[in-house]
Design a protein around this ligand. Structure first.
Ligand SMILES: *Cc1c(COP(=O)(O)O)cnc(C)c1O
Length: 385
């Protein structure tokens, strides 16, 4: 790799700077303490319990198509493993741009959409700047903001978990966030914002509006049109997508954004050189040849979602309409933690969201294979009886 600092070592200068603050002694001292603003963070955990039916992390229950695996295997042997990958991920970005009808300069890829979000916050957030979000929502938005030193401005959703434009205006006016996060369909509630609400937020937001569309293919609408030229605010709108859910590739760690070329250039400033390995670029590029198969898998999951929703409607639980591959539910007469444990005792793992802001008493079930969904409904039925 070519030197990044013009060939001059900076190690000596770094040593002279040292580490200021508590816990950082000189030679022979104790190891430095972690950044004080990180101490309160707990990290992101989804307990992995050994069970037969795992319905807790919103992955696809189905593998990618066999034809994709064949193509991937055969092209893998043609990679130049001794060489650094294409730093600009040209082939992958061109394929994504074509799939979405945008320019390649409008696409940025990273190791999962979480890394896309991190790049956005490294580029636009940081000390003295804030990001707005509306809880309950995807907890990683706040987590990544905090790890990048970005202040978090928190608004609330309605009791039905939708955005309230008055509350949005209040938060935006009070904090002038450089980034406003929307998650639609929203994790973990499953609710999608009406397109008019998204447009109204873009109109009001002073900075970037980042719309996390991890579940877009399960939903009835997308905000991608708002990124294309000609729409007011298009240059401030960013749509983030992932291969982890609908593309059955959570193990590959690949996500991307569609936005303005300026936003893409900003993310490239903060991404590490060659952050996107050649194997991942190949996997993603080939996946896009199998759109029909992906849509078939999405249709299967969506049908099963309807079946779970119908099953839940027969039980003493509150539920909300979902445009994603999971359903949030709240047992009416039992603490969520107890129900969660009883499901685990029946070898069914769901997500306990009851300690998340605004989600007291709530659990989330990911749509699985038909047999897994039956196991879930039976186990829940027994637990609530
Ligand atoms: C699952 C999920 C992601 C995906 O993250 P990756 O890093 O791409 O696996 C992003 N946003 C939301 C809201 C999610 O639920």
């Amino acid at each position: 790799m070519e030197p990044l600092t013009g060939g001059r070592s900076t190690v000596a200068e770094d040593r002279e700077v040292g580490v200021p603050g508590d816990g950082a002694a000189g030679a022979g001292g104790v190891p430095p303490s972690v950044r004080p603003d990180l101490v309160a963070l707990t990290g992101y955990h989804s307990p992995q319990v050994d069970v037969e039916v795992r319905l807790n992390t919103n992955e696809s229950p189905l593998p990618p198509p066999a034809a994709w695996l064949d193509a991937f295997r055969s092209e893998l042997s043609g990679l130049d493993f001794n060489r650094y990958p294409d730093r600009a991920a040209t082939g992958l970005r061109a394929a994504l741009a074509e799939a979405h009808g945008v320019d390649q300069a409008q696409v940025f890829c990273a190791n999962g959409s979480n890394e896309v979000l991190q790049c956005l916050l490294l580029a636009y957030g940081g000390p003295g700047r804030s990001a707005a979000l509306f809880e309950p929502t995807y907890t990683m938005h706040a987590q990544i903001a905090r790890t990048t030193g970005t202040a978090v401005a928190v608004g609330r959703r309605t009791d039905e978990f939708l955005l309230d434009l008055e509350e949005v205006s209040r938060v935006l006016a009070a904090t002038a966030p450089v980034v406003t996060f929307l998650c639609s369909p929203n994790n973990p509630t499953g609710r999608i914002e009406p397109p008019r609400t998204v447009e109204a937020v873009i109109e009001r937001a002073p900075g970037l509006v980042v719309i996390d569309e991890a579940y877009a293919q399960f939903a009835r609408s997308t905000s991608l049109d708002l990124v294309r030229g000609g729409t007011p605010g298009a240059d401030r709108t960013v749509v983030v997508r992932t291969f982890s859910k609908t593309w059955s590739m959570a193990g590959v760690r690949l996500g991307y954004l569609v936005g303005s070329p300026e936003v893409v250039a900003a993310c490239e400033l903060v991404a590490l050189p060659y952050h996107l390995d050649a194997i991942k670029q190949l996997a993603g590029r080939l996946a896009l040849r199998y759109v029909d198969e992906m849509e078939l898998r999405v249709a299967e999951v969506t049908e099963e979602r309807g079946r779970i929703a119908a099953g839940l409607a027969q039980l003493p639980v509150d539920t909300w309409p979902s445009d994603a591959n999971f359903i949030l539910f709240r047992p009416q007469d039992r603490p969520a933690g107890e129900v969660w444990s009883e499901l685990v005792a029946r070898s069914v793992l769901v997500r306990d969201c009851s300690s998340w802001p605004g989600l007291t008493g709530c659990l989330r079930v990911t749509v699985g294979l038909p047999g897994e969904n039956d196991r879930f409904l039976d186990a829940l039925n027994e637990s609530l009886r």
